[in-house]
Design a binder for this molecule. Structure first.
Ligand code: ADE
Length: 252
């Protein structure tokens, strides 16, 4: 069971995420709880404003401390005594990866602040936030989509959320650190496009060996940076290195 408390000015952005597919099922089954909290509700400003001009000038508006501090204090009261992590979604954070996802899945509660406009007052980050998390080297208009990416990836590691316990093991970026091998379903021949013979053979060991080889090849081709950290046997490492050398030679 994991609890997400998401502080956002746009809670309505989350409705298709929380109301569809695996996320919806996980909430209904009690494996995941998602509270969407509009921190504008906490503003003491008579015009309900939460943002203001940055000191020192500069483009755009910043979210000020008052509404976020008051809202986060209420959330922290709600999560008191739990193992909790508080995150700010931001393009200047550490990039989300599968190690971070797995680590976050071990918390009882994850509080997520979604920014908007040009960002938030630094005192929010200094006082309330444990870590800033980015979903990649590009800038979005707000932290809502990144927050959904984070929740989606984290909840997959929470017990009971996925039906088949296997699927987080052999997938891309799984424990082995390789990308996923190609998969096929029926028909075995679609418009003359044939499924690799070995997969129809019923020979389990041969199939596993074929899948490992394809996963290594794909990883070398698409994400050579992942190979170094992948857990490979001596024979597999030799194979990966021969492929790497080959691709380096053809690049020149
Ligand atoms: N907010 C805007 N861009 C973002 C990004 N790339 N990652 C996380 N939060 C963001």
């Amino acid at each position: 069971m994991i609890e997400f408390n998401c502080l956002t000015l746009f809670p309505e952005m989350f409705s298709s995420f929380t109301g569809t597919s695996i996320c919806k099922r996980a909430i209904e089954a009690g494996h995941v709880e998602i509270s969407l909290i509009d921190f504008r509700e906490y503003t003491t400003d008579k015009h309900r404003r939460v943002d203001d001009y940055p000191f020192g000038g500069g483009a755009g508006m910043l979210i000020g401390p008052q509404s976020v501090f008051d809202c986060m204090e209420a959330v922290k009261e709600k999560t008191a005594g739990k193992k909790v992590r508080t995150i700010y979604m931001s393009p200047s954070g550490k990039t989300l990866d599968s190690a971070m996802v797995r680590r976050l899945a071990s918390y009882d509660a994850v509080n997520i602040l979604c920014g908007h406009y040009e960002g938030v007052d630094q005192r929010i980050i200094d006082e309330l936030i444990d870590e800033e998390v980015s979903i990649g080297d590009y800038v979005l208009t707000g932290g809502e989509l990144p927050a959904m990416v984070l929740m989606d990836s984290v909840m997959r590691y929470v017990d009971g959320v996925l039906g088949n316990g296997e699927s987080v093991v052999s997938e891309s970026h799984g424990e082995g650190g390789l990308l996923e091998y190609p998969q096929y379903t029926r028909p075995a021949d679609f418009r003359g496009l044939k499924v690799p013979e070995v997969l129809l053979s019923g020979h389990h060991a041969k199939i596993l060996a074929w899948q490992r080889e394809r996963a290594i090849e794909k990883t070398v081709r698409v994400r050579p940076d992942l190979i170094k950290k992948a857990s490979l046997t001596k024979k597999e490492r030799d194979y990966a290195e021969s492929l790497l050398r080959k691709s380096e030679n053809t690049e020149e």
